[in-house]
Design a protein around this ligand. Structure first.
Ligand code: TPP
Ligand code: MG
Length: 331
């Protein structure tokens, strides 16, 4: 598929903004603004950008704990930062953090993520089936990691999702690590998407450092899902950071691989070089965009830092309880 200049530049903006956001949030952990484990998407940002840019605004996303660049494409980044800082202007008044970040009743169309790994796969097979039953021309994309796919419940969901032909895409962010466990100590076959094949589910494997390849894979996946064919996109990434920011990563034995990936498999650099070669951007454009994104995020961080903490009664506000769009946010 050919993308317009505007599409290509929009993806570049979101990729750069996502990378800068990722770095600034890691810094926010060090600065004491984020006081709970923050799972950085450093090096894996292109996955988020490809997924969201391939979707319509009316499609649904169920995020995992490592796709914040996708969240800020759907939600006001100030509200998201406040949520991460536990502040009252947050999406859930600072009571939900990004583990429970949703926007069921607003325009963001973010489904409710669950801290229990794998559990969203059967849940959103059901959700996607409901979309189909209601004859809505909407699809659902669920992000989960390689570790999550070791939960058996995913395979019950594969069976029903394929049988009921639900409009859902499962994006497996295979970053080679589940907390402190490397893939080769968890899985016999490193290609996790192979496990969907016995259920007649179409699968694709894509390199997470190649934004355009990811976008093309997502475009195919979206066409399938809109035709009610549940399918899987497995993205081969490498987790550059520890499981959470400031975790001691002495257990890692792949530091050489990471250092090499940072030079040769950086999704931002690779996409930037592609746009430079096509003469769509130049160094001045790159420098200005990075400066503007950084200044904007800094300003949001300052505002969020100054915002008040939630009050006790905020925890019981009805908006903190997940509601369906049909109710307009009411219970
Ligand atoms: C059922 C379940 N087991 C364990 C955990 C604890 N836990 C939280 S994140 C995580 C690792 C997840 O790895 P992966 O799915 O590969 O995602 P990644 O962190 O690499 O993005 C674990 C084990 C959990 N949340 N749920
Ligand atoms: Mg992982």
């Amino acid at each position: 598929m050919e993308y317009s200049k505007q599409d290509l530049l929009d993806m570049y903006y979101h990729l750069v903004n996502g990378r800068i956001f990722t770095g600034k949030m890691s810094q926010a952990v060090n600065d004491g603004h984020i006081r709970i484990s923050y799972h950085s998407a450093y090096g894996e940002e292109a996955t988020s950008i490809a997924v969201v840019s391939a979707l319509r605004k009316t499609d649904w996303i169920v995020q995992s704990h490592r796709v914040q660049p996708a969240s800020i494409m759907r939600l006001d980044p100030y509200k998201f930062i406040c949520e991460l800082f536990g502040k009252r202007d947050g999406q859930h008044f600072g009571t939900g953090y990004d583990f429970h970040l949703s926007d069921m009743a607003g325009d963001g169309r973010l489904g409710v993520p669950m801290a229990t790994l794998g559990s969203v796969v059967p849940m959103y097979v059901g959700f996607a089936w409901a979309l189909k039953q209601q004859k809505k021309d909407e699809i659902a994309v669920v992000f989960q990691g390689d570790g999550a796919l070791s939960e058996g419940v995913c395979y019950e969901a594969f069976n029903i999702g394929s049988l009921y032909k639900v409009p859902m895409i499962l994006v497996i962010n295979n970053n080679n690590w589940a907390m402190t466990t490397p893939l080769n100590r968890q899985c016999v076959n490193p290609d996790i998407s192979d496990r969907a094949k016995p259920f007649n589910i179409p699968t694709q494997i894509v390199d997470g450092s190649d934004l355009l390849a990811l976008r093309q894979a997502m475009d195919k996946a979206v066409v399938l899902a809109r035709n009610n064919e549940m399918n899987v996109v497995e993205v081969k990434n490498l987790r550059w950071d520890a499981h959470y920011v400031r975790q001691n990563s002495s257990y890692r034995d792949d530091m050489d691989e990471i250092r090499d990936a940072m030079v040769n498999k950086d999704c931002v650099k690779i996409y930037e070089n592609y746009l430079l070669k096509k003469n769509l951007i130049d160094q001045e454009y790159i420098d200005k965009l990075k400066k503007d994104c950084a200044a904007h995020i800094d300003e949001l961080i300052q505002r969020a830092a100054a915002c008040e903490y939630p009050r006790f009664e905020d925890v019981y506000r009805k908006e903190c309880i997940y509601t369906m769009p049909e109710t307009g946010g009411d219970l």
